[in-house]
Ligand binder design. Sequence first.
Ligand code: HEC
Length: 156
Amino acid sequence: MSPRILTIFSLVLAAIIGPGLANAAGEFDNAIKSRKAVMTLYAWNLGQLGAMAKGEADYDPQAAKTAAENIRILATMNNGASWPQGSDSTALPGQTRAKVEAWTTYPESAEINKQLAAAAIAMAEVADTGLENVQANIGAIGGACSACHTKFRESE
Ligand code: HEC
């Protein structure tokens, strides 16, 4: 690519992605935003399964299957790029709750993520086959979320 085309390409990219990338002070802003977004999606989907499991919402096999599939997809995708070195709460207090131990004890956090993925796969296989199966599998998912938060997330 010629330098001129490269410049135009960069400008277009910056316009699409937003100013975060070009801003050195906020070097990790987009990465942190991205991983928090994944967490929000986990909570949203798990919340639907949880409401059914507790009887606060009617059991809907299709909705349960969809929520479980979403958690499975989130737990099995490679989102490693949103956890760059140096984007921890010691380096960036107030901007993130990810403890530096997530990096210093690596791959401990990845192991917990594997447990979550296994639990999510198990749930996705049975979520539309009966409320009792949602109830039987939800503990393993919630347990993996909690295990990681206890170790690697600052309390609020
Ligand atoms: C591998 C570790 C790990 C697993 C597994 C995990 N989390 Fe998290 N979670 C974190 C960390 C670390 C943060 C803090 C992220 C930050 O502030 O940059 C977080 C933050 C969150 C947040 C707050 C997001 C925000 O906007 O600040 C929610 C909600 C959440 N997690 C829900 C869940 C749910 C639900 C699950 C299970 C389905 C889950 N998490 C699984 C490590 C994990």
